[in-house]
Design a protein around this ligand. Structure first.
Ligand SMILES: Cc1cc2nc3c(=O)[nH]c(=O)nc-3n(C[C@H](O)[C@H](O)[C@H](O)COP(=O)(O)OP(=O)(O)OC[C@H]3O[C@@H](n4cnc5c(N)ncnc54)[C@H](O)[C@@H]3O)c2cc1C
Ligand code: FES
Length: 334
């Protein structure tokens, strides 16, 4: 059982059959991370003694300079024996519900659009999560686990739902959309992620989603609608796609108490050509948010998710609009 010593924090933990970051998070330690798939680089640590191997070869989150300085990625590195590392732990990364791995059975699939489906799994061992968090799904025949955000809210932790957009030629989404069947079992590891619903934030809520970012924003809206602490708050939900066939979400939101009074849905398409009869907005999600809420943006707690280009444009717009960074919550998708 490999023992990991964090030299600058003067503490030790065991990491068996796991990555250094995930084993630490399961122990309640605040090991820094974001994507969990080797892409963002947030989980970098310095290896001072011992040996590790990366699960993902040449992960994009590590550059030549990092490699020269003996740095590795906590979300990808597995120890080959006892190791001593240097990493700055932060309470911000501690999980309220400790992540763990469990088998999960596919219990239901629904079409949301031509390329987004909802997959519902029953977990063999229940675990709770916060609205907006994500899990790692290990799928048969797919190298490396993929991150997907939950779309539901849970009191029991036995059902986790995911709204997933097909990526043409993508390994994991091809497996999910074309191969696995109802009753099949996969491994789910979670919850992870810091872009969860802040029930103690005394502000109205703005959810911004594009394409694959639907799932965590639906979970945030569901959680906020049900939260006694947030009953007086408005929830503004902007969802963007290219054309009307990409748009969904209203059917789900309209089942929430307060829909139409304190919960509002604003669909937007970016390619209006040929979209006769479209009555929603036209433009990119960040532009629609700016147009609708302008000088009022700093009064919102803002959650956003979607493809990297959308998230970057949203972030830039919100910073320019002087929304305090502590009110912005997102986990970058890769
Ligand atoms: C925090 C987070 C939450 C996400 N939530 C959602 C969601 O709710 N809905 C949704 O549709 N999508 C979500 N995604 C995107 C999703 O994880 C996949 O990137 C996407 O579905 C494409 O996967 P693919 O295997 O089909 O495509 P591919 O093109 O085969 O793979 C694309 C991605 O998989 C990862 N990857 C590739 N090889 C490996 C490997 N060996 N080990 C680990 N990772 C590897 C890389 O990040 C790469 O960008 C999320 C991503 C992140 C980081
Ligand atoms: S690279 Fe490890 S958390 Fe993103």
């Amino acid at each position: 059982m490999p023992k990991i010593t964090i030299s600058n924090a003067n503490l030790e933990y065991i990491c068996e059959d796991d990555t250094l970051a995930r084993a630490a998070l399961r122990e309640g330690l605040g090991f820094p991370y974001e994507c969990n798939v080797g892409s963002c680089g947030n989980c970098r640590f310095e290896l001072q003694s011992g040996e590790v191997v990366h699960l993902r070869a040449n992960p994009p989150g590590l550059n030549e300079r990092d490699i020269a300085r003996n740095r590795y990625l906590g979300c990808q590195a597995q120890p080959k024996g006892d190791c001593t590392i240097k990493v700055n732990l932060r309470d911000h990364y501690k999980s309220q519900h400790l992540p763990r791995k469990t088998e999960a059975e596919l219990a239901g699939i629904d079409d949301l659009t031509h390329d987004i489906k909802e997959f519902r799994f029953n977990l063999k061992k229940s675990n709770l999560f916060l609205p907006g968090q994500y899990a790692l799904l290990s799928l048969p025949g797919v190298e490396g686990a993929r991150a997907y955000s939950m779309s539901n809210v849970t009191n029991l932790g036995d059902e986790w739902h995911f709204q997933i957009k097909r990526v043409p030629g993508g390994e994991a989404t091809t497996s999910l959309f074309d191969k696995i069947k109802l009753g099949d079992t996969i491994t789910i590891d979670g919850p992870y992620g810091m872009a969860y619903l802040r029930e103690d934030a005394p502000r109205d809520i703005l959810c911004l989603a594009g394409g694959s970012g639907l799932s965590p924003m639906i979970s945030i809206a569901r959680g906020a609608a049900a939260s006694p602490a947030l009953q007086g708050r408005n929830i503004e939900f902007i969802y963007g796609g290219r054309s009307p066939k990409d748009i969904c979400g209203e059917g789900i939101l309209s089942t929430l108490e307060g829909y139409g009074s304190r919960i509002h849905y604003h669909p937007a398409i970016s390619m209006p050509e040929g979209a006769e009869g479209w009555t929603g907005h036209t433009g990119f999600v960040h532009d629609i948010a700016e147009m609708l809420f302008g000088a009022n943006l700093p009064n919102f707690e803002v959650y956003f998710a979607g493809p990297p280009a959308m998230s970057q444009a949203v972030m830039k717009m919100l910073i320019t609009a002087k929304v305090p960074v502590g009110q912005l919550h997102f986990d970058q998708f890769y």
